[in-house]
Design a protein around this ligand. Sequence first.
Ligand code: NAP
Length: 288
Amino acid sequence: MNINGTTKTICLLGHPVKHSFSPNIHNYLFEKYDKNSVYVCFDIKERNLKNSIDGIKALGILGCNVTIPHKVEVIKYLDEIDVNAKLIGAVNTIKNEGGILKGYNTDGMGFVKSILDKGNDLTNKKIMIIGAGGACRSIAVELASNDVSSIEIRNRSEEKAKEIANIIKNNFTTETSCSTEKIDKKALENIDILINTTPIGMESDLCPIDESLNPQNKILVCDIVYKPHNTSLIKWAKKHNLEVVHGVNMLINQGLHAFNIWTDIKPKDEDIENIKDIYKKINNITFD
Ligand code: NAP
């Protein structure tokens, strides 16, 4: 990387940011596609968010990612919001177009891409999502935009699940429902794709479903938790010979979409593999 007088900056605004993988994704891509840009992280407390956004304009920063805890709050400081980001109610990517800041949400896009990359089709598929937080919101909106047949949200509490179901009902033709009931054999029989969006399984061997369930149909099982790589849900699915999508694919693909928004360059499939290699090296892990 040759930083000089014309190098442009793209950054992450969040708190904390020190464990972020985004600099690795984007600095790899800037180098690969010969962009004279650099990606850096800024640890921004809530009280400094507005000044930071003003700073993006003042300093001519080309764009940024936004992460916890600013994804919702940042919306009020932006000039334009992409239609899906508006429905989701959160922004994770901002593009500075000559002083006009436009907000996007690439989390759901990254998730959908990680399913499509494995050769799956989403049209008319029946989906069950476990959890009803921010990640579920972006994934549900993006799945509905991709013509799935139905989305059922299972969450331990009702309110947030209902809120997301209503967003989908009011804006898409997708059949939508929610429930606080535990997932049983019958519930699995009715779906094509199962997605965990709770933190259950993160840095632990807990599983978001009853591991004694024995699925009889071919379900695609996705866990957006990426640490550990093989969560208990993924292990359960593999034990039953079900196809899986790991959380690291969403993590990388949401970054590739952000890169595309900033640069208009569409990263190649080989970039995902190269970035996965960087991820493995940094985390000192191996996986296929
Ligand atoms: P969030 O907004 O806090 O939502 C978490 C959801 O999980 C809530 O609906 C919550 O239920 C439910 N939940 C939490 N703990 C639970 C438990 N012990 N038992 C049952 N349900 C529980 O979080 P988020 O931003 O959506 O993120 C969720 C997970 O996804 C995190 O682990 C995060 O690291 C991961 N993630 C991964 C990616 C990726 O790129 N792979 C991207 C985003 C997030 P209540 O509604 O009842 O509180």
